[in-house]
Design a protein around this ligand. Sequence first.
Ligand code: NAD
Ligand code: UDX
Length: 477
Amino acid sequence: MDIKKEKMKIDRICCIGAGFVGGPTMAVIALKCPNIRVTVVDINEKKIQAWNGQLNKLPVYEPGLADIIDKVRDVNLFFSTEINKAIEESQMIFLAVNTPTKKSGEGKGYAADLTYIENSAKQIAKAAKSDKIVIEKSTLPVRTAERVKEILELNKKHNISFDVISNPEFLAEGTAINDLFKSDRVLVGGEPNERGLKAVNHLVDIYKRWIPEDKILKTNVWSSELSKLVSNAMLAQRISSINSISALCEKTGADIQEVALAVGMDSRIGSSFLKSSIGFGGSCFKKDILNLTYISRLYGLNEVADYWEKIILINDYQTERFADKILDNFNNNIEGKIISILGWAFKKNTNDSRESASIYLSRKLLLNGAKINVYDPMVHKSRIIDDINNVLKDVNICDDEVNEIISKITIYDNPYEAVNKSNLVAICTEWDEFIELDWGEIFNIMKKPSWVFDGRNLIEKSKLEKLGFKTFFIGKS
Ligand code: NAD
Ligand code: UDX
């Protein structure tokens, strides 16, 4: 079908990448558009099996997601490994594959690795037998659409046309379903010509079914790609700003929560993303800022690059600072001390631990000889061990030492067992259930003196101190 001559009918779409973005986003599209058949495909067979499996074992934990999957799965939402078939059958193809930081080659440690995007584009070109609208859902460096279009044209097997549009995803994990239902904005960037506009409008027609039109923003492709990186950088910037001030609060007697409240009440500043923590985690902020830094340097804008990179340096400093406080507390000798980490996920209400501050904190404590007990309500045990193994690769130690270190981690299914006989509890994730714990009972079963280091300012300090705990709270003296 020629998009120029007649209006393309969109009743079959597919999404390449069944991860934290592809799964929830497509589930919501399927729910809101019963007349569209949505297929989510992935190269990872186990993941697809899990998406097709038990609702309490889906690969992604998000409040509200399992209910939606229950309603639409095998009705108009399908999970499959048959990528070519899905491409062939769909008029619109979303790319929601991972775009991690490059580990080697040009831009190593900064630039986004576009291998998965490029492979997907090649596969689309080879499998497609009719015109396709290709949508960049992954977060990508500005001007990637140019490269995607080039790959599609170079590899296509038929005389067909491709439109590439940018539609970055702004959902946050833990609130993904709500974010998808009530997006602050939906951004759609297309080529500034008649054809590009038509492609954009096809996608807008889908979102219009539940997103008010005044929240759907149409821009050029480059603005759309860049806005995603900038949004994440500016959110992370607020966290690093408040975290940097937390260090000053600890020195001066100011209280970071009071400062954040006072500052955030200025309507020009606003109160969100001013919660001090042991450092932001997640798969996006660090990677996207590194990418922004790389792009800025590529264009010779070194001052711009340095400015944004500092956000990551402050974030690393914050986690390091928290670990150092624990070490200081034991006069730099934590050999054999038991430290209980409450929370491994990078934030509450997710099973995702990518770039979680808990990982880096635990590595430092383990390398200094501590024993680590971990409890998290959602992150799988094997994930926790993999996380530590992965970060130990960055340290120059032999396999025997790695095994020795790993043997010092114990993972528990129950928070009370995790804190039993420990010297110090470090609260790393703001899970609601940690507030509800019986802290009196915890005090009874911990070694004395019993320390709580609250890296999220989650529990009431005075309540813990009344129970007999010694405490450290981030940003409080
Ligand atoms: P993810 O790792 O959870 O999922 C990506 C999936 O793509 C994986 O399951 C992988 O197997 C699959 N994949 C890779 N190459 C493939 C190929 N050639 N064919 C088929 N499947 C392939 O990643 P994610 O967290 O969903 O992130 C995806 C993109 O969305 C990234 O660019 C990320 O920056 C962006 N993003 C993520 C979030 C978030 O909260 N996680 C939010 C907004 C944007
Ligand atoms: C982020 C963006 O918010 C989202 O728009 C984008 O699409 C993907 O990246 P996500 O990483 O899932 O989402 O979660 P977010 O709520 O942004 O939290 C990121 C990290 O910052 C978490 O570790 C969180 O605990 C931390 N954080 C957040 C703080 O330390 N303080 C805050 O005030 C807010």
